[in-house]
Design a protein around this ligand. Structure first.
Ligand code: ATP
Ligand code: MG
Length: 553
């Protein structure tokens, strides 16, 4: 892997922990809930957790935090595993599940009850809210708070045995109803939920809360640094409280960093789901989605995503990161690694009147200007070629460095040509340009000294092939589509996708494998669609333009 070792405040903490002997082997974990697909924000968390373990010779676990069975599915589990692997990370040992610790967590709940640190509470949700108090007013003790240990053990056992209805009772920690930290006001440890679980089936009808589960799971796995995002900062006292009150086998610590929020992007699972459900996009892996699978389909590479995660650093602030940095990372990778090819998006036919009708001249061109290792490609040249309609004008000023009637232009990797005549249809639209080649101009300037001003791309009409090209833009036209009062649905970019149904590609591009990436010369970076592309019916997605047009324009 190409990353430099993490250099951020978390690495500083880890280095100190190793130096002081608190920690010998660094163990981290990435703990997704299998209730959705991973997105760019998760990629950051993955890069932080796996990256810190790697940089310190430690281990990183992949642990599914599956404590809410209603919204979780095995399909999400599979997709998440595939995404983490695709990003280039390998977790330690087998995948882990919070649900494999359900018995241990329950035993520890019993332990808290026996110690007088937890009780069964019968307040209904409305009452519980009222007792809880507010940010400015302390809460009040539940009338059930002083139940005896025996009664609590009995009720908890019966909750587990399924004797009570959902919502009838909960198990709560007995901490402090007047704490200024709301999380410490006798938080819930267990809820009754009579639903089957994708891993444990019908074994359980009570499920632990995130707060009660997370730190203990970390302790079971010997996690040394439990890294999460800033919204959990206020949960840290509770995280520590459980570990202080239970006979756990290890003592993990929680550290928080700022969430990644790229501009022009949303990363809330709920809102991403809305985009899918309301068919704003074609699915979770639509190339406009900030999901890992969407970015993959868009043509992003794991290396570019990892590079972006490194570039933006890891801090304790929740600021917005310019999405142009992500675009920079992919452009840089593809500029270096993607083969070149020619694709005409808006074909205009050029007939080279001096060139024999049945001749096919096989020219050759480098696949990459400075990557000899990528080799050459065969480029057939014929009497009829397509150029982009934007690359021809009947008249133009000097700034227009493309083909103009009576003037010359170089065809990329081929001859210099000169335009002689236009052919128009009844409506006056140009349907064809008649031109001629300037002899001896393959890799040479014209002998008469009249040099062309520009270079344009082209594709042979008979030797090229039609292709569908999907031109993607950013999905939102607002920098912070869901910030504050913004309704993200009102900021959808109406031009986020335009489909060119009949672009013309050189033969080498038609041979692309799905997910193979290219620079279409003068157009941008494109990828053969992972699912829809075949050599018989080529389909390409635009990953990103050549330059940052949002800055240039
Ligand atoms: P939700 O809380 O809406 O279910 P989530 O995005 O927190 O969603 P999880 O599956 O719980 O989803 O996330 C797994 C890990 O990824 C957590 O540690 C979480 O902090 C981290 N994570 C999620 N979103 C981001 C983000 N935008 N930036 C950095 N880390 C993130
Ligand atoms: Mg979460």
């Amino acid at each position: 892997m190409d990353e430099t070792p993490a250099n951020n405040f978390l690495q500083t903490i880890i280095a100190e922990d190793i130096a002081s002997g608190r920690v010998t082997t660094v163990v981290t974990r990435f703990p997704p809930e299998p209730n959705g697909y991973l997105h760019i924000g998760h990629a950051k968390s993955i890069s932080v957790n796996f990256g810190l373990a790697q940089a310190n010779g430690g281990r990183c676990n992949l642990r599914f935090d599956d404590t809410n069975p209603e919204k979780e599915t095995p399909a999400f589990i599979e997709a998440i595993e595939a995404d983490v692997r695709w990003l280039g990370y390998e977790w330690d040992g087998d995948v882990r599940f919070a649900s494999s610790y359900f018995q241990q967590l329950y035993d520890w709940a019993v332990c808290l009850v026996e110690q007088g640190d937890a009780y069964v509470c019968d307040l209904n949700p409305d009452e519980a809210r009222e007792y809880r108090g507010t940010l400015t007013a302390p809460g009040r003790n539940s009338p059930y708070r002083d139940r005896s240990v025996e009664e609590n053990l009995d009720l908890l056992g019966r909750m587990k045995a399924g004797e009570f209805a959902e919502g009838a009772r909960v198990l709560r920690a007995k901490i402090d109803m007047s704490s200024p930290n709301m999380n410490m006001r006798d938080p819930i440890l267990y809820r009754i939920r009579k639903v089957a679980h994708h891993q444990t089936g019908n074994d359980w009808v009570i499920y632990p809360t995130y707060d009660f589960a997370h730190g203990q799971e970390d302790a079971i796995e010997g996690v040394t640094h439990s890294i999460c995002t800033l919204e959990f900062e206020d949960h840290r006292p509770l995280y520590d409280w459980f570990l202080d009150h239970l006979p756990v086998p290890a003592r993990p610590r929680q550290y928080e960093f700022g969430r990644l929020n790229p501009s022009y992007t949303i990363t809330s699972k709920r809102k991403l789901k809305q985009l899918v459900d309301e068919a704003v996009v074609a699915g979770w892996d639509d190339p406009r989605m900030p999901t890992i699978s969407g970015m993959r389909r868009r043509g992003y590479t794991p290396a570019a995503i990892r590079r972006f995660c490194d570039m933006i650093g890891t801090t304790r602030s929740d600021g917005v990161v310019d999405v142009a940095m992500l675009e920079f990372a992919i452009r840089e990778d593809l500029n270096e690694n993607a083969g070149r090819g020619m694709c005409v998006l808006n074909p205009l036919k050029i007939v080279l009147t001096d060139y024999p009708a049945d001749k096919v001249e096989i020219l050759s061109a480098a696949r990459h200007p400075n990557r000899e290792d990528l080799g050459e490609r065969a480029l057939p040249f014929t009497r009829e070629i397509y150029i982009d309609a934007d690359d021809f004008r009947e008249e133009a000023n000097k700034k227009y460095k493309r083909l103009v009637l009576g003037k010359r232009v170089r065809l990329r990797n081929a001859y210099v040509i000169e335009a002689d005549e236009v052919v128009k249809d009844d409506k006056g639209e140009i349907i064809e340009v008649r031109a001629h080649t300037i002899p001896g101009t393959l890799g040479e300037n014209p002998a008469d000294g009249i040099k062309p001003k520009g270079v344009i791309h082209w594709v042979s009409v008979p030797e090229g092939k039609p292709a569908e090209v999907r031109l993607y833009e950013r999905l939102f036209n607002h920098e912070a589509p869901d910030k504050g009062d913004n309704d993200f649905m009102a900021h959808i970019n109406p031009d986020s996708l335009s489909v060119v149904t009949r672009a013309w590609i050189e033969p080498a591009l038609a041979n692309a494998e799905p997910e193979q990436k290219f620079q279409f010369e003068r157009e941008g970076y494109f990828v053969a669609d992972r699912f829809d592309h075949s050599q018989d019916k080529p389909v390409f997605n635009r990953t990103i333009g050549l330059r940052d047009s949002w800055i240039d324009s």
